[in-house]
Design a protein around this ligand. Structure first.
Ligand code: ACO
Length: 329
């Protein structure tokens, strides 16, 4: 087990006001049903960003809550890292927009592109900055407004996703609290199974691309499912090995909230009973990089994570990217 370098000192989250129920897809011409969505994914509803809500506003709200809980002011932040696949602008980064909104004048700010693994990757980058002595206090955010990059005519994808932001303040470890192990991997040979095929700098937007919808998220669900189950199982093993722990030692598993079946398969592999697994995919859908920090923020607010508890995080997303971390609170 490594000596903890970084610990989570405060968490917060924010989701849009508008709740969109499974039953509402019929009203926008999508041929699906509440029963199909719940059976295949466990999702009942998701929050969708409306007028005046965007990645920066949600991230800033979540960040303020996390900073208040950590007792940290904007001036104390050395770095702000935002994991996202749906930035408000392609240039500049979301992190600098949050930096400006918070008035965090001393902070270096940048985004991490690791899709649903975004918060996990960002936390490991933050840990690295702290290990190098480049930062003492880092704001790590996972945030998405996926509703603005999904194809609302494609029932294979539009039923899955939701919007939101989760924020964590990382400080230097005290009293053996902090990350006990960290693991991340990727496999870009499988990128086409979940991507936005056109509209980037390689293939800039044209009226023809917009008409084809190829600038939206495209996914081969079954293949993604199989890879997610395999990779999240591997990531649990690696995190447990790294911390010299077993599934029995984990008080709470907080997996990326993509699909209840993926969550159940991951928990089973790690030998963790479902009553020790945090699930909110039913209420928020898949919020990609935001899902783990939103779940952690809720788990702390409701007393499921308290001092001394050992929590394992595990994620998988487009790229493919995946990873895990174990944290003692
Ligand atoms: N409503 C009704 N029917 C649908 C819908 C829908 N929303 N979407 C697809 N179908 C139909 C398909 O057209 C297909 O019909 P057909 O047999 O007549 O061709 C049928 O349902 C079965 O489709 P599959 O894609 O094989 O269904 P599957 O059981 O694999 O479930 C799902 C689909 C839920 C997408 C599943 O594959 C999955 O969860 N994959 C993981 C995807 C994921 O989580 N991606 C998020 C990003 S990565 C991550 O976060 C881990």
């Amino acid at each position: 087990m490594k000596r903890p370098i970084a610990m989570i000192a405060g968490t917060g989250h924010a989701v849009p006001k508008r709740v969109f129920q499974n039953s509402e897809f019929a009203s926008i011409g999508i041929d699906t049903s509440d029963e199909w969505i719940q059976e295949r994914t466990g999702i009942k509803q998701r929050h969708l960003a409306g007028e005046g809500e965007n990645l920066t506003t949600l991230s800033t709200e979540a960040a303020k809550a996390a900073m208040a809980r950590a007792g940290v002011t904007a001036a104390e932040l050395d770095a702000i890292i935002v994991g996202t696949a749906s930035p408000d602008h392609l240039l500049p980064s979301s992190a600098v927009e949050v930096q400006a909104a918070l008035g965090a004048t001393r902070a270096a700010a940048f985004d991490v592109g690791a899709a649903c693994s975004g918060w996990l990757y960002s936390s490991q980058v933050a840990e690295g900055l702290m290990a190098a002595g480049s930062a003492e206090t880092v704001l790590v955010i996972g945030a998405e407004v996926l509703s603005r990059i999904v194809n609302w005519k494609d029932r294979n994808t539009c039923v899955l996703f939701g919007d939101g932001a989760g924020a964590t303040v990382l400080k230097r470890s005290t009293k053996h609290r902090g990350f006990l192990s960290s693991y991340m991997r990727s496999d870009g040979t499988l990128a086409q199974l979940l991507d936005r095929p056109r509209g980037g700098a390689a293939d800039p937007l044209t009226p023809e691309i917009v008409a084809s919808g190829e600038h939206f998220i495209r996914m081969q669900g079954r293949e993604v499912f199989k890879n997610a189950v395999r990779s999240m199982a591997d990531a649990c093993d690696r995190a447990l090995d790294g911390a010299k722990l077993s599934g029995n030692d984990i008080d709470l598993l907080i997996p990326h909230q993509a699909n209840i079946r993926i969550i159940e398969a991951t928990a089973k592999h790690a030998n963790i009973a479902m009553d020790k697994v945090y699930v909110n995919v039913d209420r928020f859908g898949n919020t990609s990089a935001a899902s783990i920090p939103i779940a952690l923020s809720e788990a702390i607010a409701t007393g499921r994570v308290t001092e001394g508890k050992t929590v394992m995080f595990v994620a998988f997303g487009a790229g493919f990217t995946w990873g895990s971390m174990i944290h003692r609170f």
